[in-house]
Design a binder for this molecule. Structure first.
Ligand code: BYC
Length: 319
């Protein structure tokens, strides 16, 4: 009975917090669906950052200059950091890091479709920074205003770092676009392969998005998938033109009335195939992650033993 009274009072406070645009914090009452939705989305986001290290890590040893190598290492390290902020934010919802990692390893939780495509040339480092991080920023700027405090605060820091990532990507594209014919061809080939998968990052079209309406009512999402996708397209098309590149869409056209760049049909069959585990590299990505997890077990054991030793010393000192 007392529980029911607590729930009624908690729900009223929760509704008022959302209506006022204030933040919900870990100890506050929240509906079970809200907690579950956040665990799903934040965990999926964390997993994406960690798996997202693989396509770029693939090019660290082959970066064309020392400076590009140093920048790429820093960027890949940032992605690991983003994963850690996000796992920490997910843990405040009452789930452990081990459970989350287990769900990634067993395929019970997803990561972004985009990281199942291969990185075939150095130019892909530019395209990923420009298009993939660019798409991530459009999505994450909105998530800075998400109603759950720990998630929104993690987003503020992540967005600052992502903007450096997008710039380093575009800087690679500018270098290639003013280079030799071979470099320009490599750049165009890379754009041709990454354009459509980048647009898929925003999720299914609004009429197929099962979570958007509820997530917007809860203030987790501020905009729909299609709205964010359109913002990204409008921002990116002029950047492609500045590079002297084309986008692989014969139907792309500016609608003078709305100011929107309108695109052709996205291949949603391809998107769902990738999401369901049948993209070009889904199996390899998870196999590589599992191998790294097993090979590095000794690091986790050593860190745990060290923490226990430090804690025991603190007890001795205070006794
Ligand atoms: N890939 O109802 P919907 C990065 C799933 S990392 C895979 O619209 P929602 C970076 C969706 O989960 C960027 N699955 O869902 C790192 C749902 O399935 P379940 C990662 C997708 O949640 C390293 C179903 O489709 N960013 O920036 O309302 C290097 C129906 O979708 C995808 C984030 O994770 C997809 N693309 O909206 C470089 C952002 N899209 O779970 C860069 C946080 C949809 O019911 N997440 N699905 O089985 C979000 O903003 C939202 O979760 C989404 C989807 C917009 C992605």
């Amino acid at each position: 009975m007392d529980h029911q009274i607590d729930d009624v009072a908690g729900e009223a406070t929760f509704d008022a917090t959302i209506a006022a645009g204030d933040k919900v914090e870990p100890r506050d009452w929240m509906p079970e669906g809200y907690r579950k939705t956040l665990i799903r989305q934040v965990a999926q986001h964390a997993h994406s950052e960690v798996i997202g290290m693989q396509p770029e890590g693939n090019w660290i040893t082959r970066a064309p200059t020392l400076q590009r190598k140093a920048i790429l290492i820093a960027k890949v390290q940032d992605e690991a950091g983003h994963g850690l902020y996000l796992y920490s934010a997910a843990e405040t919802l009452g789930i452990s890091r081990d459970e989350l990692v287990e769900m990634l390893h067993t395929g019970k939780q997803k990561y972004s479709s985009i990281f199942n495509y291969p990185t075939l040339s150095w130019s892909d480092m530019g395209t990923i920074g420009w298009l993939v991080d660019g798409a991530a920023i459009v999505n994450q700027i909105a998530l800075q205003r998400a109603s759950y405090g720990p998630y929104s605060r993690a987003m503020v820091r992540i967005c600052k770092e992502e903007s450096f990532h997008a710039r380093q990507g575009y800087s690679i594209m500018l270098t290639l676009s003013s280079g030799t014919d071979t470099q320009r061809k490599m750049m165009q080939d890379s754009i041709d392969r990454w354009w459509w998968p980048s647009l898929m990052m925003f999720g299914p079209p609004d009429d197929e998005s099962v979570h958007t309406a509820q997530s917007m009512a809860w203030g987790i999402k501020q905009y729909t998938n299609d709205e964010l996708r359109q913002d990204f397209i409008n921002q990116t098309v002029p950047q492609a033109h500045y590079l002297g590149a084309t986008l692989p869409d014969p139907d792309l056209r500016l609608n003078e009335e709305t100011g929107n760049w309108e695109i052709g049909q996205i291949d949603w069959d391809e998107f769902w195939a990738v999401v369901k585990g049948n993209g070009p590299l889904n199996r390899e990505r998870i196999a590589h992650k599992l191998r790294a997890w097993e090979d590095n077990a000794w690091v986790r054991e050593a860190a745990t033993a060290y923490a226990a030793k430090q804690a025991a010393r603190r007890v001795e000192v205070t006794a």
